[in-house]
Ligand binder design. Structure first.
Ligand code: GLU
Length: 375
C-alpha cells in the first residue's frame, strides 16, 4: 500500500475519451460511477474537486459533427453547447447520491493576475465548506490562443495547489506510465512509482496523444512536475478504475504514482514559474549559470548577454542560458529597454548609464525561481 495517510482534499481529472462514447454522446454510466465514488469519499470527510473534459466532444455530438471543427468559433460553440449538457449529466448523477455540484470555468488569464487567482481560490474554498463539488473546465467557449491553458491535465495541476490538494489523479484511457510504448512493445512494464521526474522519465513519455482528448503523456508528465513541486502526489491511471477511487486514495497500488517533491516551492514561486506568462527573456553567461547551479543568487547586469521582448519593470521574464535552455523565471526590476543598456556592465555603473539610481539587482534572488532541469 502507498502511504497516503491524512488525505483531506483531492482533485480528479477525467479526460474526454473516458466521458463520451464512440459516437461522442455522454457516457452516463461513467458519470454516475464518478458521483458514486465521490459519495464514498465525501462520507469519509474527503473534499473532492473534479476537472472534467468532454465539453467540445459532447457539443460535437449535439451538432452531429464527427471531426473536431478547425474553425475556432464553431469549436467554441460546441464547447458552449456541450458544457451545459455535461453539467446536466453530472447534476442528474449527483442527485442519485444526494450530492451538490457547482460549475467553474477558467482560462489562463484567471491565473495570470494573482489577485484574480486568489478570488478563484476563495470561491473554491467556500464551495468545499458548503459541501459543493466544484466541476471545473477550461472556459472553451471564450478560449482563444492567447488566454487558454490548452489542456485539462495542466489545468488540474495548476488548480491543485490552489485548493491545497494532497493528491491529483488523472483518469485517462491509459493505465499509467510505461517504460516503453505499450502499443508497440508487448513486454512494456507499468511504472509503479516515480520519485523524481528526470530525463529518463521524460523519454519514457514519448509523444502519445489520444484521439478525442488533448493531453498526451508528455502533458501528463508536465502536470506531474507542476503538481508535485507544490507538494501534492499525482497518479495517472485508467478511468476504468474510477470505481476503485476510495481504494486508490487509501493507498492501493493502481496506476503510476508521482511522489510529491521534497523541496516544495511556495505558492508565490509556483505562480511565478508555472502560472504567470513570461513577457520576455534574458540570456545569461556561463559564469552566472555556474553560480546559480551552486546557489540561488540575484541576477546582476554583468552576467546578462542579451535581452528579448518588450517588457516593463515588475513583469515576469524567463532566464535562458546561451543554448536556449530555460533556467528559471523571475520578476524583473527593470524594463527591457533599461536592461539592454545595462547588460554586461557592473551594477555600480547603472546610475551613470541610466541617469538615475535603480535597484542593484536585475532580478532579486527572492523573486527568482530556478528550474533544476535547466541548470
Ligand atoms: N476543455 C476541453 C473540453 O472540455 C478538453 C481539454 C482536454 O481534453 O484536455 O472539451
Amino acid at each position: 500500500m502507498r502511504d497516503f495517510k491524512g488525505i483531506q482534499r483531492i482533485i480528479i481529472k477525467v479526460g474526454s475519451s473516458s466521458l463520451v462514447n464512440k459516437d461522442l454522446s455522454i457516457n452516463q454510466p461513467m458519470i454516475v460511477g464518478i458521483m458514486q465514488s465521490f459519495k464514498e469519499l465525501s462520507d469519509k470527510g474527503i473534499n473532492v474537486a473534479l476537472v472534467s473534459s468532454g465539453a467540445i466532444a459532447s457539443g460535437m455530438h449535439e451538432l452531429g459533427l464527427t471531426k473536431k471543427p478547425k474553425e475556432m468559433s464553431l469549436k467554441q460553440a460546441c464547447a458552449a453547447i456541450g458544457q451545459s449538457k455535461l453539467m446536466e449529466a453530472y447534476n442528474k448523477a449527483a442527485d442519485i447520491y444526494g450530492l451538490k455540484t457547482g460549475q467553474i470555468l477558467v482560462n489562463h488569464d484567471d491565473f495570470q493576475i494573482r489577485k484574480r487567482m486568489n478570488y478563484l481560490s476563495d470561491t473554491l474554498d467556500a464551495m468545499f465548506k458548503n459541501n459543493i463539488i466544484p466541476i471545473i473546465n477550461e472556459n472553451d467557449a471564450l478560449a482563444v490562443e492567447e488566454i487558454k491553458v490548452g489542456d485539462n491535465d495542466t489545468l488540474a495541476s495548476l488548480i491543485s495547489p490552489m485548493i491545497n490538494a494532497d493528491l491529483l489523479i488523472l483518469f485517462s484511457d491509459i493505465d499509467g506510465l510505461f517504460d516503453k510504448n505499450p502499443k508497440i512493445y508487448k513486454d512494456a512494464k507499468l511504472i509503479d512509482v516515480v520519485n523524481e521526474i528526470n530525463a529518463d522519465i521524460i523519454n519514457m513519455a514519448g509523444d502519445k496523444t489520444t484521439e478525442v482528448g488533448t493531453g498526451g503523456m508528455q502533458t501528463k508528465i508536465n502536470a506531474a512536475r507542476i503538481s508535485t513541486s507544490a507538494g501534492a502526489n499525482m497518479i495517472i491511471c485508467n478511468s476504468n478504475q474510477i470505481k476503485n477511487l476510495c481504494d486508490i486514495v487509501a493507498g492501493k497500488e493502481i496506476g503510476t504514482l508521482f511522489k510529491a517533491s521534497k523541496n516544495q516551492i511556495s505558492s508565490r514561486e509556483h505562480w511565478i514559474i508555472y502560472k504567470a506568462n513570461s513577457m520576455g527573456n534574458i540570456i545569461i553567461d556561463d559564469g552566472l549559470k555556474d553560480a546559480l547551479k551552486k546557489k540561488k543568487v540575484s541576477i546582476l547586469s554583468k552576467g546578462i548577454i542579451d535581452v528579448n521582448g518588450d517588457f516593463l519593470k515588475g513583469m515576469i521574464i524567463t532566464i535562458n542560458d546561451k543554448n536556449g535552455n530555460v533556467i528559471g523565471k523571475g520578476i524583473s526590476n527593470y524594463s527591457s529597454t533599461e536592461i539592454r543598456l545595462l547588460e554586461g556592465h557592473e551594477s555600480k555603473d547603472s546610475k551613470e548609464i541610466l541617469g538615475y539610481e535603480g535597484k542593484k539587482e536585475i532580478i532579486h534572488a527572492n523573486d527568482l525561481v530556478l528550474l533544476k532541469e535547466g541548470l
